[in-house]
Design a protein around this ligand. Structure first.
Ligand SMILES: N[C@@H](CCC(=O)N[C@@H](CS)C(=O)NCC(=O)O)C(=O)O
Length: 211
């Protein structure tokens, strides 16, 4: 009986990797929306064939739905809040949100990788990379967060969650260097997300799924 029901009401399947910031933001949105799913933890070096069959580009997260494959973390976030959005994460100005998210996923992500792997970029001056990251992202965030608790105002939105895992990663590259930066409001915002039940729930460890 249980098995029959499982087959009829197939839960969404999420292919994920615990430490991936894109997968983190997708997991946070899915958890927030209360979506029940089958979690399939993968290894980036050994991706399951069933994941690649659904999404040949081979990045996580991938969400398999009955009739649909979502293989962009932002699409998964938007789908999740369409299912349920109890705190109004989606009540946002689309243009302002897009500016933040594009800046994060675009240039800031490039700088984050350069900052994280200086050996792969011997031609770059690490101090200049940090400086650009500050001016592009961290200082504008600091400015916004000095005025309000969250990036778009007094309430948490999808934009905070979309960006938080990347700022977390940035802070962890060199924690003592990050601690020395004068970014009090950003650090407070970061701590709040790091300490949240939502984040901690999606960081639980899962054994690697075996096909
Ligand atoms: N644009 C994609 C990017 C996802 C992505 O790049 N994920 C990384 C891990 S953080 C990945 O799966 N890389 C493939 C690999 O390393 O083989 C999204 O938003 O979902």
């Amino acid at each position: 009986m249980g098995k029959m029901l499982d087959n009829i009401l197939m839960k969404p399947i999420l292919y994920s990797y615990r430490r991936c910031p894109y997968a983190m933001r997708a997991r946070m949105a899915l958890k927030y929306a209360g979506v029940e799913l089958e979690h399939r933890e993968i290894e980036l070096r050994n991706k399951p064939q069933s994941m690649l069959a659904a999404s040949p580009k081979g990045t996580v997260p991938v969400l398999l739905l009955d009739q649909l494959v979502l293989d962009q973390s932002l699409d998964i976030m938007h789908w999740a809040i369409e299912q349920s959005d109890p705190d109004g994460w989606g009540n946002i100005d689309d243009e302002i949100s897009q500016v933040w998210i594009e800046k994060n996923d675009g240039r800031f992500k490039v700088l984050l990788d350069q900052y994280k792997y200086p050996n792969r970029h011997p031609e770059l001056d690490p101090a200049a990379v940090l400086e650009e990251a500050l001016h592009l992202m961290l200082l504008p965030m600091e400015n916004a967060l000095q005025h309000s608790q969250y990036l778009l105002g007094s309430k948490i939105t999808l934009v905070d969650i979309a960006i938080f895992p990347f700022i977390r990663q940035f802070s962890m590259v060199d924690q003592s260097k990050f601690d020395q930066l004068t970014l009090p409001a950003t650090k407070k915002w970061l701590s709040k997300h790091l300490e949240s039940d939502l984040f901690n729930a999606v960081m639980q460890k899962h054994p690697v799924w075996v096909e």
